[in-house]
Design a protein around this ligand. Structure first.
Ligand code: HAM
Length: 424
């Protein structure tokens, strides 16, 4: 073994969430999941790696995600596998493989966990990112589009976020998009574009609309837009979605130039954008994908879903100066034993409290009053349970309300009941 000093560090662009911030991470994730569950979405747990072909076919070979950002490697059996860069392709694969598309439709699924993209790391852009996602597969109903969007909006509001906006558009379907694509290409080919952009116009002309360079943007003012070239069905679908949003009181702006980084989208596409995050402003996004099931070998069923970035939601909370309720409290009560006998009694007392469902920790290692009270305050507990010789002699516990700075003596055998009344 090498004797040179090794200092372990997480790989570049991969965030850790350690206490106390990890409490916010868990709360954000759970809140996003909770709002999906309120609409009947069921948990699905999927592999972190899949056959590389799944993403090449599902997400699209011409996307940056597939062509530049995948963590792909050969396993020891020489199979090409890829760490999942996103969740939709895997969910659709599992729906087909397990026949969920033969059960009650739409299949409504919610997932969360890490995804991997080899992007250039910067604030809010990580190589391991965390998402909460939903997919509803098997119903081409605009009410479902509105429901999915409303889940995200409600979840963000429940977190207390205000500084975001919803952008929405329609990307058409396999009937109207090819004609539009041709129109857009005809327009782009007569512009003054560099070689690389011209190539992009050939492979994926929609992405040129998203080019941030002024030299390109200045030529795009009169570019034809998909939204003006929808066929009747797509137009009616889009109008129905926006009508639902209006009636639900969900504000949105229509952004006909929105470009999503994944190829499977059709019809409704949306993004939640936060103004406090700088360049990486997308806190969540999604849309409808009417061809993906068939593309991956399943029935011709449509689907819609979203992926909400947990990392970016946390950054958005920080940008708005929001602390989530409950994240500062590690335990409800904290034991402060004074002296050896109390030190031996406290673990048993806390054990019985935990059996009643009260979360509890204590000062270990024979700490004195000052150090133990400091630890109690740090834990965020509502009450410190002080046990010294006098309390032991009387069979009571001195219960200190750490916020109100008041102390009450409670008989030891009634402590659980007393605390439950105060805490619940
Ligand atoms: P996406 O827009 O690629 O969509 O990602 C969804 C969200 O994940 C983004 O809005 C962003 O908040 C977060 N995210 C993406 N990349 C990074 C990164 N490098 N660092 C931090 N956060 C990131 C999808 O992944 C689709 N599967 C969503 C979907 C589901 N569409 C239909 N169903």
């Amino acid at each position: 073994m090498s004797t040179s000093k090794f200092k372990a560090a997480a790989p570049k662009g991969v965030p850790d969430y350690v206490p106390p911030q990890s409490a916010t991470f868990a709360k954000v994730r759970d809140t996003l999941v909770h709002h999906a569950r309120l609409a009947g979405f069921e948990h699905i747990e999927l592999p972190i790696f899949e056959d590389t072909q799944l993403f090449a076919r599902g997400v699209g070979e011409s996307t940056d995600v597939v062509s530049k950002e995948m963590y792909t490697f050969a396993d020891r059996g020489d199979r090409s596998v890829t760490l999942r860069p996103e969740g939709t392709a895997g969910v659709v694969r599992a729906v087909i493989q397990h026949g969920l598309d033969r059960g009650p439709l739409p299949a409504k699924l919610v997932y969360n966990g890490p995804f991997f993209r080899y992007e250039r790391p910067q604030a809010g852009r990580y190589r391991q990112l965390q998402q909460v996602g939903v997919e509803a597969i098997g119903a081409d109903d605009p009410a479902l589009d509105a429901e999915v969007i409303a889940i995200a909006d409600r979840a963000y509001k429940a977190l207390g976020l205000r500084g975001y906006r919803l952008e929405i558009t329609s990307l058409g379907d396999h009937n109207c998009r090819p004609q539009y694509r041709q129109k857009l290409q005809d327009f782009l080919f007569q512009l003054d574009l560099d070689e690389e952009t011209r190539k992009r116009a050939e492979i994926n002309p929609l992405r040129v609309l998203d080019d941030k360079r002024e030299t390109v943007q200045s030529q795009l003012a009169d570019a034809p837009l998909m939204l003006d070239h929808l066929n009747d069905e797509c137009r009616a679908h889009f109008d129905a979605v926006t009508n639902y949003l209006d009636e639900m009181g969900i504000e949105y702006t229509i952004n006909p130039r929105m470009v999503r980084g994944l190829d499977y989208y059709t019809k409704t596409c949306f993004e939640f954008v936060h103004d406090g995050l700088g360049a990486q402003s997308g806190i969540g996004g999604g849309g409808r994908y009417d061809g993906l099931m068939a593309q991956l070998g399943g029935q011709e069923l449509s689907g819609i879903g979203f992926g909400l970035g947990v990392d970016r939601a946390i950054l958005a909370l920080e940008a708005e100066g929001i602390t989530l309720k409950g994240t500062e409290q590690r335990v409800e009560v904290f034991g402060v034993p004074l002296g050896e006998v109390a030190g031996a009694r406290m673990p048993l007392l806390l054990n019985s409290l935990r059996q009643e469902g009260i979360s509890a920790d204590m000062a270990y290692g024979g700490k004195g009053m000052k150090g133990a009270m400091k630890a109690a305050n740090r834990s965020g507990a509502a009450y410190a349970l002080v046990l010294g010789e006098a309390e032991l002699a009387e069979g009571v516990v001195a219960v200190k309300d750490l916020a109100a700075h008041q102390q009450t003596e409670v008989p030891a055998e009634q402590l659980g009941k007393w605390l439950l009344e105060k805490l619940r």
